[in-house]
Design a protein around this ligand. Structure first.
Ligand SMILES: *[C@@H]1O[C@H](CO)[C@@H](O)[C@H](O)[C@H]1NC(C)=O
Ligand SMILES: *[C@@H]1O[C@H](CO)[C@@H](O)[C@H](O)[C@H]1NC(C)=O
Ligand SMILES: *[C@@H]1O[C@H](CO)[C@@H](O)[C@H](O)[C@H]1NC(C)=O
Length: 353
């Protein structure tokens, strides 16, 4: 009898607790848009995003957004974003108990991935903002898409460990880029860990971008991928790449439009267990003849070193078009354990290949 009474009393207190009453702590998907319009501090707790729906959060200027609990979604085959956040002068973070769970194992299809549509996870369209302490697990496809300016993104943990072929079996993960960066300027991404199955970072467009202290595991490396954009003043600093296809990968699309890639620095990069290319720079992406539609100029690699593994390992693959690559500087680039001879095409003067 007294136990039952206690139960009823507890239920009563839970319902009338101040937390539940706080209109800026939201657990219901349909209440989020209105709360974002009025709240200066918005906490999203245990959200389930409906199928084929983007959780679009338009923050007020100067607002704080806090993720708490388990944020997840109903499974469907589609290619939209699961979460998209816009804001100016905002601060986004997660509590110690939050997890953005992409439910990857329910989306991944391994070798059959091309027949399956999968959503992208988190898109950040911010100005003058900070994002820190976010945990993402098992991205269905691309993890964090950044289109932001004057913004610092730090302490992001992307854990797609469950997507490795050795863990997931036949339904392993593909195309799970860690950070995809486009149309961003004055951006820093730092102190973050990415465990995934595609590029750890891929810069597509933007300028004045610094990546500092990243740890990448299982990825395709620290990459640029340009189709028709002008990308300049980008630095990768003090970072580690392990168990990866490539450590450094620069690719320009030979079927793309015109663009440029210039003033690029990779400094203090350590790698281990790279099984294809320690450094791959190709103006013939995805394949075929190299073209100079996107010249690569003023590229510096400084203190880049590590060990390769496996029979396909090659220290340098440089595939430039005639006149497409200029003013490169490699200082203290040391690769151990490569089994294949380098590929060297139209290598700029001064570079030993
Ligand atoms: C890094 O990747 C390897 C396999 O590629 C795996 O064995 C190891 O556990 C991974 N480390 C982390 C922290 O996920
Ligand atoms: C070349 O790039 C570096 C960054 O790596 C930059 O500091 C320097 O100013 C650039 N040089 C020119 C001539 O633009
Ligand atoms: C080279 O880079 C590694 C890894 O980031 C760092 O630990 C080391 O201090 C750097 N060496 C120099 C001479 O800067």
């Amino acid at each position: 009898m007294s136990k039952l009474l206690l139960f009823v009393v507890l239920l009563g207190t839970t319902h009338s607790s101040p937390l539940e009453a706080d209109p800026c702590t939201v657990s219901t998907y349909s209440a989020i848009a209105a709360a974002a319009k009025s709240c200066n501090t918005l906490t999203l707790k245990d959200i389930v995003i409906p199928a084929k729906t983007t959780l679009f959060i338009e923050l007020k200027d100067g607002a704080k957004l806090i993720f708490d609990g388990h944020v997840t979604h109903k499974i469907a085959e589609w290619t939209g974003d699961l979460i998209r956040i816009t804001g100016k002068n905002v601060q986004i973070s997660g509590t110690a108990n939050h997890l953005l769970d992409g439910l990857g194992p329910k989306h991944w299809k391994g070798a059959n991935e091309q027949k399956i549509l999968r959503p992208k996870f988190l898109r950040l369209q911010l100005k003058d903002s900070t994002v820190k302490n976010l945990k993402l697990k098992n991205c269905p496809c691309n993890c964090v898409m950044i289109q932001s300016s004057n913004t610092v993104i730090s302490h992001i943990n992307i854990d797609n460990y469950d997507g490795y072929p050795g863990v997931a079996g036949a339904k392993y993960a593909k195309n799970t880029d860690g950070f995809d960066v486009g149309r961003s300027t004055n951006l820093r991404v730092e102190n973050s860990v990415v465990v995934n199955q595609d590029d750890c970072v891929a810069v597509n467009s933007g300028n004045n971008i610094i990546f500092d202290n990243l740890h990448c595991n299982g990825s395709h490396g620290l990459s640029f991928s340009l189709k028709d954009s002008d990308v300049y003043d980008v630095q990768f600093l003090n970072s580690k790449v392990t168990n990866s296809n490539n450590a450094i990968h620069i690719k320009t699309n030979n079927a793309g439009g015109s663009g440029r890639l210039r003033n690029i620095l990779y400094k203090n990069i350590q790698f281990l267990g790279i099984d294809r290319y320690a450094v791959s720079i190709q103006q013939n992406y995805p394949r075929g003849d190299a073209k100079a539609n996107i010249p690569i100029t003023n590229l510096t690699l400084e203190n880049v070193s590590g060990k390769m593994t496996g029979s396909k390992s090659m220290a340098l693959q440089i595939i430039c078009a005639h006149g497409g690559c200029k003013d490169w500087n490699f200082k203290n680039v040391k690769v151990n354990g490569a089994k294949q001879k380098n590929t060297c095409q139209e290598v700029p003067s001064g570079i030993k290949c």
